[in-house]
Design a binder for this molecule. Structure first.
Ligand code: CA
Length: 657
C-alpha cells in the first residue's frame, strides 16, 4: 500500500532518516567537468532510476537510457566521459510499485515549458565581457524600481525594436524614445534620468502560468515556479533552445549593470506552481508541509507550502540563491511570502552572502507575512514581521505599517490614510519616519530592515487607491505628491512600483497577476503626459541621496530624528543631517507634512532656512530661496527645509512650530 503524506513526513522527521539520507555534498543536477558529465539526483526511496537522454527539449523519444547507480545518502548517479552539453534529459523512477517521470529539480537549463531538463556548460552561455561584469558602485541610498520584464517594453509607445518587445533583449537599448521620436527617453535612459539605482525584476525563474509555445500576448506575473534554477523561457527569443534564455538573461543583467543599475531578483521559494512538482515526484512530501491530520498546508494560498525547515530543502534554497548570485551576478533577493520561510534559513542565507560578497553587499528582504497559517515543523520561528528582531539587521521587510499609514489600507480599499483624510495618523507617520526603530525590544533594529513603499505589484496602484478615497482630481494629485514626499523622506530603503512616478493605473484592479498585458504594460505615453509628476519624483530622489540623515542605515539612525511636533493632520520634525565626520550640504533639516485642506503656518527654529522642496517643486534645492522665523505650507503638501550652520547643541533647537 502507498504511504500517506503523514507517514512520509514521519519517516523524514526521524533521526534515522537524517543520519542516513541528509546529503551535505555538492554537485546535484547535471554537471560537466573534466571527468565528463555527471548526473546526480537525490531520491532516497526510489527503487530504480533510469536516466533518459533526448536531442530535443520537448519532442521525440529518448535516444539513450541509462540505469543510475545508488550512491551514498540517497543520491543516484550516472557518469559518462562524454560532454553532453545541449542534451536534454529526465528520469524514470520506480517507487512504491509505480513508475514516475520527472525532470530534474536541480536543473540549470531546460527545454520549452521546462518539462525536460538540459545539460549545460554554463561557460558557453556567457555573453561577451561577462567575466568583467560587475554592479555599479553602491550609492548613498537604495532606490528600488520594481518591474516586470514583459510590462517594461510591451507597449508600442516605448519605441523598442518590435522583436524585442516583452523580452529580455529590450533591456539592451540605451537610446529608446517615445514612438522612436528621438526626443523623449523611455526604458533604460528614462530610468537613468529618474535616478533609481536598483531594478527589481518580478519572477524571471522558469514559471508555469505562461505557455512558452503560446501567443505572444499571454501574460502572468509568474509567481508559480517550475524550475527554480532556470530562467523563464517566454522572455527569451527562443524558448525551445535551452541555452538562449540563459544567455539573454545574463545579457540583460550585464546591460543593467553597465547603465548604472543593480539587479534584484524576486524569488518564490515558499510554494511551487503545483504540488505535482519535480520535488514531489522524486521525494514525495519531503519538500512540502503537511498538517498533523494529514491535510496539505496552504499558508501561501497557492495550494502548497515549501518546507524550508527540512534540511535538504533549506540546503536547496540556500544553494539556489547562491547560484543566482554567482552565475547571474544578481545583487539582491526579494523573498515572496518570506513569512512562510524559517528565520534560521534566512539568517543562513544572509551569512553565506555576507561571507562571499561582503557584509550587506547583496540586498536581502521579503514580505514578512503569509496568506494563512502554515504547518512548519520543528517549532521553527517564521520570518514574520513579529520576529523581525530575530533576523539579521541587514535582512529587510516590506513595511505595511508605513504603507498603510500614508495612504490607507491596501486591503480595505475605501479606507484612507494620513494623506487622504484619515484622522489620528500623526503618531504612525512619525514612527514611519524613523523606520519604526527606537529604544526597546519591540522595535525594528535598523532602517536597513525596512522597505519603505506605498505601491508594489500587489494591490491597487497608488493612483487607483487614491481614486477610491478622493473624487476631486486636483486634490488627489496633491495627495499623491504628499504620499511620495512622505515616504521619500522616511529612513529605510526606498521602493516603488514601476510607473508610480507617472500615476500608473490598472483601472482599479487589485490583483492583476493574470489580467491582460494591455492592463499591466507600462504606458510610456503616460510617462510623458505626466512629465511634471515624474520630475517631482526625480527631484525627490535626487534630494534624498544628498540627505545623509535620512539615508543612514545604522542602528542609531533613529536618534537623528528629533523635535517631533504634531497636530491634527500636520507632522513636523528635525533631522540631524550631518554625515559621519564630514559636513553635508545641510547640517539640519526640518521636514513637515500638511494633510489638512488649508494652509499651515509653521514657526521655525532660529536662523536662516533654505527651502529644498515643497508640494509642487522638489528641485528647489538647486537654487534655494531662504526663509526665517516662519513659513506657510500649502494645503496637502510637504516641505523640506535645510540649514547650514555650525552645529550647536540640540537642546537649543528642539523647539519648533
Ligand atoms: Ca516557463
Amino acid at each position: 500500500m502507498k504511504k500517506t503524506a503523514r507517514q512520509w513526513k514521519d519517516i523524514y522527521s526521524s533521526l534515522e532518516f537524517e543520519k542516513k539520507y541528509v546529503y551535505e555534498g555538492e554537485g546535484l543536477g547535471a554537471l560537466i567537468t573534466e571527468q565528463g558529465t555527471f548526473f546526480r539526483l537525490w531520491s532516497p526511496f526510489a527503487e530504480e532510476i533510469i536516466l533518459n537522454l533526448y536531442l530535443d527539449g520537448s519532442k521525440g523519444e529518448a535516444f539513450e537510457r541509462h540505469a543510475m547507480k545508488r550512491c551514498e545518502k540517497g543520491v543516484w548517479q550516472y557518469r559518462t566521459e562524454r560532454n553532453l552539453h545541449g542534451i536534454y534529459y529526465d528520469f524514470t523512477l520506480q517507487m512504491e510499485n509505480s513508475t514516475v517521470f520527472s525532470a530534474d529539480p536541480y536543473a540549470r537549463a531546460c527545454g520549452i515549458n521546462g518539462q525536460r531538463s538540459m545539460v549545460v556548460d554554463l561557460k558557453k552561455t556567457d555573453p561577451e565581457g561577462w567575466e568583467e561584469d560587475s554592479p555599479p558602485a553602491k550609492e548613498e541610498e537604495t532606490v528600488i524600481y520594481e518591474l516586470h520584464v514583459k510590462e517594461f517594453s510591451w507597449d508600442e509607445s516605448g519605441g523598442f525594436p518590435k522583436e524585442t518587445r516583452g523580452k529580455y533583449r529590450a533591456f539592451l537599448y540605451n537610446d529608446t524614445t517615445l514612438y522612436s521620436d528621438g526626443v523623449h527617453p523611455t526604458g533604460i535612459p528614462y530610468l537613468k534620468k529618474l535616478g533609481v539605482n536598483y531594478v527589481q525584476l518580478m519572477p524571471v525563474y522558469d514559471y508555469g502560468s505562461v505557455d512558452e509555445t503560446g501567443e505572444e500576448t499571454e501574460f502572468n506575473w509568474g509567481y508559480d515556479p517550475i524550475n527554480y534554477n532556470v530562467p523563464e523561457g517566454s522572455y527569451s527569443s527562443d524558448p525551445a533552445a535551452g541555452e538562449v534564455r540563459i544567455r539573454e538573461l545574463k545579457e540583460m543583467i550585464q546591460s543593467l549593470h553597465r547603465h548604472g543599475f543593480r539587479v534584484i531578483m524576486d524569488v518564490v521559494y515558499n510554494h511551487t506552481y503545483s504540488l505535482d512538482s519535480w520535488f514531489q515526484r522524486t521525494v514525495p512530501w519531503y519538500f512540502y508541509r503537511v498538517k498533523e491530520d494529514g491535510e496539505i498546508s496552504d499558508g501561501s494560498g497557492c495550494g502548497n507550502d515549501i518546507a524550508s525547515e527540512m534540511p535538504m530543502c533549506g540546503k536547496y534554497i540556500l544553494e539556489s540563491v547562491l547560484y543566482w548570485a554567482e552565475e547571474y551576478h544578481i545583487d539582491g533577493f526579494r523573498f515572496d511570502l518570506m513569512g512562510l520561510l524559517d528565520v534560521d534559513l534566512m539568517n543562513r542565507i544572509r551569512r553565506a552572502l555576507d561571507e562571499k560578497y561582503g557584509k550587506g553587499e547583496k540586498l536581502l528582504f521579503g514580505e514578512p507575512w503569509a496568506a494563512d497559517s502554515t504547518a512548519i515543523a520543528y517549532e521553527k520561528e517564521q520570518a514574520l514581521k513579529a520576529n523581525i528582531r530575530s533576523l539579521d539587521h541587514n535582512t529587510g521587510m516590506f513595511c505595511d505599517d508605513t504603507r498603510d499609514a500614508i495612504k490607507g489600507s491596501s486591503l480595505e480599499i475605501w479606507e484612507p490614510g494620513f494623506v487622504n483624510g484619515a484622522q489620528k495618523m500623526e503618531e504612525q507617520i512619525l514612527r514611519s519616519v524613523c523606520a519604526w526603530c527606537g529604544d526597546g525590544e519591540d522595535h525594528v533594529k535598523a532602517p536597513s530592515q525596512v522597505i519603505t513603499y506605498v505601491s508594489s505589484h500587489d494591490n491597487q496602484t497608488l493612483w487607483d487607491k487614491l481614486c477610491q478615497t478622493t473624487k476631486d482630481e486636483a486634490l488627489r494629485k496633491r495627495e499623491y505628491r504628499l504620499a511620495a514626499g512622505i515616504y521619500m523622506t522616511c529612513q529605510g530603503n526606498l521602493f516603488f512600483l514601476s510607473g508610480e512616478e507617472f500615476a500608473r493605473t490598472k483601472d482599479g484592479i487589485e490583483d492583476s497577476y493574470n489580467a491582460p498585458i494591455g492592463i499591466n504594460r507600462l504606458d510610456w505615453k503616460k510617462a510623458w503626459e505626466e512629465e511634471e509628476l515624474v520630475d517631482y519624483y526625480r527631484g525627490l530622489i535626487a534630494l534624498r541621496k544628498q540627505l545623509p540623515g535620512l539615508c543612514d542605515k545604522k542602528t542609531s539612525a533613529w536618534k537623528r530624528i528629533h523635535g517631533q511636533w504634531k497636530k491634527e493632520g500636520v507632522v513636523s520634525f528635525l533631522v540631524d543631517n550631518r554625515k559621519d565626520g564630514e559636513n553635508s550640504s545641510w547640517d539640519i533639516l526640518k521636514v513637515s507634512y500638511n494633510s489638512r485642506k488649508e494652509p499651515q503656518r509653521l514657526t521655525l527654529p532660529e536662523g536662516e532656512w533654505e527651502i529644498l522642496a515643497d508640494g509642487q517643486n522638489s528641485f528647489l534645492w538647486k537654487k534655494p530661496e531662504t526663509v526665517e522665523k516662519a513659513i506657510t505650507m500649502e494645503p496637502v503638501s510637504m516641505l523640506v527645509l535645510g540649514q547650514k550652520r555650525p552645529w550647536r547643541r540640540r537642546d537649543n533647537k528642539g523647539k519648533s512650530a
